[in-house]
Design a protein around this ligand. Structure first.
Ligand code: OGA
Ligand code: MN
Length: 291
């Protein structure tokens, strides 16, 4: 099947021509979609009425092994009974809108910081696939930033400075900034992870910054200096010309590449309206394409 991509911005992101991902199994179509991911980094698919099982199956067909330790999964078990399904919603286990002081709500709210999924783990997340199940009657968008375009726009001297640097990412750090407290046990479990600050994707040869609010310090620099550099880079990478804002329709599936983009949730009246999405994320491990 031939797939076409309609760009969403001059820089990145595309809407994919009508397709039912539940039925897509042939290698050629999957390859076209992977090439689309390499080129656009964020793909929007309309009208994907996934069940949880179908979403899990598609995620594995498309990009391999699933991540089970992203986002809120590090705090508590979810209502789906499978940690490879991340509950991106403002609803508790009983199906009610979460109270303002619900501990899990604080975690959902933290998605409003620019981040990449599971950069505080090793392996981190590669592709995240977010399925819109219940969309509120008000705008509750997700915003994306292209860190390849941000890298390309750096001057040569800055690029040289970044060469060979590594960043420590921690969810304890990013949540702490928002006043969220972790227990001893959680802190011991959530050790964080170190990743290169600049990555080159072998499939495209393009270079990208790898940033997130989880980025705590630069390993090779004194802490204040590293933090300032990370702040500058975050500011640079999230300028409007590098971003796309997604307005959700029910049954949208959006796939993004966590290696080359950041994303954040935009605020809405979350104590008034339900918003329920379900995410699958693959592990950033070498992927063997099935014969
Ligand atoms: C996610 C996420 C943002 C949103 O699913 O990983 O950060 O708008 N979502 O819900
Ligand atoms: Mn996220």
């Amino acid at each position: 099947m031939s797939v076409t991509f309609t760009p969403l911005t001059p820089v990145f992101g595309a809407v994919v021509s009508p397709i039912d991902l539940r039925q897509v199994r042939d290698r050629d179509t999957l390859m076209q979609l992977r090439e689309g991911m390499d080129k656009y980094a964020v793909l929007v698919f309309r009208n994907q009425p996934f069940t949880n099982e179908e979403q899990l199956d598609f995620a594995q067909r498309f990009d391999g092994q699933l991540h089970a330790k992203t986002s809120v999964a590090v705090l508590a078990k979810n209502r789906f009974g499978n940690e490879a399904l991340t509950d991106i919603s403002n609803v508790n286990a009983q199906g009610d809108i979460m109270a303002a002081n619900d501990r899990l709500r604080a975690s959902t709210v933290s998605n409003r910081l620019w981040h990449t999924d599971a950069s505080f783990e090793n392996p981190a997340g590669r592709y995240s696939m977010l399925s819109a199940r219940v969309v509120p009657p008000v705008r509750a968008d997700t915003e994306f930033a292209d860190m390849r375009a941000a890298y390309d726009a750096l001057d040569e001297a800055t690029r040289q400075t970044l060469e060979g640097l590594h960043v420590f990412h921690s969810i304890v750090y990013s949540r702490h900034v928002l006043g969220f407290e972790f227990s001893e046990e959680e802190r011991a479990r959530l050790k964080g992870a170190v990743h290169p600050l600049v990555r080159e994707l072998t499939s495209t040869g393009r270079r990208s910054l790898y940033l997130a609010s989880h980025a705590q310090h630069i390993e090779e620099m004194p802490i204040p200096e590293g933090r300032l550099l990370l702040r500058d880079l975050m500011e640079h990478a999230t300028q409007p010309q590098f971003t796309y804002r997604h307005e959700w329709l029910p049954q949208d599936l959006v796939i993004w590449d966590n290696r080359t983009t950041m994303h954040r949730a935009r605020p809405f009246e979350d104590k008034k309206h339900r918003r329920e999405l379900c995410r699958t994320t693959t592990l950033d491990l070498p992927f063997e394409i099935a014969a």
